[in-house]
Design a protein around this ligand. Structure first.
Ligand code: 2M8
Length: 430
């Protein structure tokens, strides 16, 4: 289904990235940097696999769900083995961190994109047997959010930056300053294969481990009021709102009413409504403890995913196109940057503090499409394919040169390229 002159090459290379990262049980996010199955990576990888091998795509979902906890949580990493070259690995998370089937896991969650992935897979290759198998697990996970991650304002509250997927985003800087010093010694493995300046700082990593220690001390079941790190997350809430809608559709395929999931989706949309910042023309996270201004990051545009139909869409598109903020600029043509160029925290080569991420671009393409902006979605789709065609399948990209950063041969970049090629923007979705 090529759309670009070079898309057959792009397609072939994307398939080969996914094949080469396939461990047999799950597709690793990258060849060396991340040796387990990460939660939202697996969802995006499922979407990619749906275009080339639906049987393998279903197995990707099954493998992730092997890590589901008895309380419904689907962890941010399912290790699938007891020893891995990653810190923090299964021993640090502790023996109690495992899925119902006994597979070692981490003990926090990640952006719940899985129901969205299962819906796309089902639309491409319908199988009600598969839906009957996985929809109850998705429902249990979504309910777990209601019981464990909702605070008074209805936003999904994260208790660790890793739950957001945007680990060292400056959105978390102020909350991280409250975290007590780490008490155990550890050695970082994440800077072995990737230059340290492209990764979180040592101070950030110490805070990540300190939060982990305090969560482990309370059996990974903190009262939100007592958690060391807390943030009402616009990004996670947007993803879950969309996923609830997709889950409702899946329930309906199975002949059940999707009413509960749909009403949860609407509640999240109402909560997001309260995060609108008219001056910025963006949605803004709720800092639970301190009221410092949250830095300007791409997370503020992601409520597009929920299918907005208000004048706010125009403001969000304005931010996306603004050269001072996320849009293409004469000295930085690749967009959107993960942090606004005008924000003091912007660092074009450091992980979630500036670089362009293909998975975020995919979310925004689908969000613009659902929010009645197909022409804008199409432009971003072509731009993203162009970026990868020129620079390869990297974890993230320098917005100035397009140079690939982080891990090479990155699975979610390959997966979203397959989807962007094979599922062109629909002009009518809303
Ligand atoms: C990054 O996060 C992990 C910790 O979860 C890490 O840096 O070691 C993030 O980009 C996260 O969003 C992603 O899921 C993970 C694997 O790609 O890597």
């Amino acid at each position: 289904m090529p759309v670009l002159p070079s898309s057959d090459v792009l397609w072939r290379d994307a398939v080969s990235v996914l094949e080469s990262n396939d461990s047999g049980v799950f597709v690793k996010p990258g060849p060396r940097q991340y040796p387990g199955q990460w939660n939202w990576d697996a969802a995006l990888i499922t979407i990619g696999l749906a275009h080339i091998d639906p049987v393998r795509a279903r197995d990707e979902v099954r493998s992730l769900l092997k890590g589901q906890w008895s309380n419904g949580m689907v962890p941010h990493i399912v290790f699938h083995q007891a020893t891995v070259d990653y810190f923090p690995g299964p021993t640090t998370w502790g023996a109690s961190s495992c899925g119902v089937s006994g597979v070692p896991t981490s003990a926090i969650t990640q952006p719940p994109l899985l129901a969205t992935a299962v819906r796309i897979l089902h639309e491409l290759h319908p199988s009600t047997d598969f839906l009957e198998e996985v929809v109850p697990s998705l429902e249990r996970w979504h309910r777990w959010f209601q019981g464990r991650r909702l605070d008074g304002d209805g936003l999904v509250t994260i208790i660790h930056p890793w739950e957001s997927g945007m680990d060292n985003s400056p959105r978390f800087d102020s909350a991280l300053r409250e975290v007590p010093p780490v008490t155990t010694e550890f050695s970082r493995r994440d800077v072995v294969h990737v230059p340290p300046e492209q990764r979180p700082s040592d101070a950030e990593y110490e805070a990540y481990v300190s939060i982990l220690e305090s969560l482990r001390a309370c059996g990974y079941s903190p009262a939100l009021s007592e958690a060391e790190f807390l943030l009402g997350d616009v990004f996670l809430t947007s993803i879950l709102s969309r996923a609830e809608d997709d889950l409702a559709a899946l329930h309906e395929v199975l002949g059940a009413p999707g009413t509960e999931a749909r009403s949860r989706s609407e509640s999240f949309m109402a909560a997001l409504d309260g995060c609108w910042n008219e001056d910025r023309g963006l949605f803004v996270d709720h800092e639970r403890r301190r009221k410092t201004p949250v830095p300007i990051t791409v997370a503020g545009i992601t409520p597009l995913l929920t299918g907005l139909d208000t004048p706010r869409v125009a403001r969000l598109v304005e931010a996306l196109d603004d050269p001072q903020r996320f849009g293409p600029a004469p000295d930085a043509q690749w967009y959107p940057t993960s942090v606004a160029k005008s924000d003091p925290s912007f660092q074009p080569r450091c992980y979630w503090r500036g670089p362009v991420w293909a998975n975020v671009n995919w979310l925004l393409v689908r969000g613009l499409e659902s929010s009645g902006r197909p022409e804008r979605a199409e432009a971003l789709r072509m731009h993203t394919l162009d970026l990868v065609a020129r620079h390869g399948y990297w974890e993230y990209y320098d917005p100035r040169s397009g140079q690939g950063l982080g891990s090479e041969n990155f699975s979610w970049t390959a997966a979203v390229v397959l989807d962007l090629i094979a599922r062109p923007v629909s002009p009518t979705q809303r």
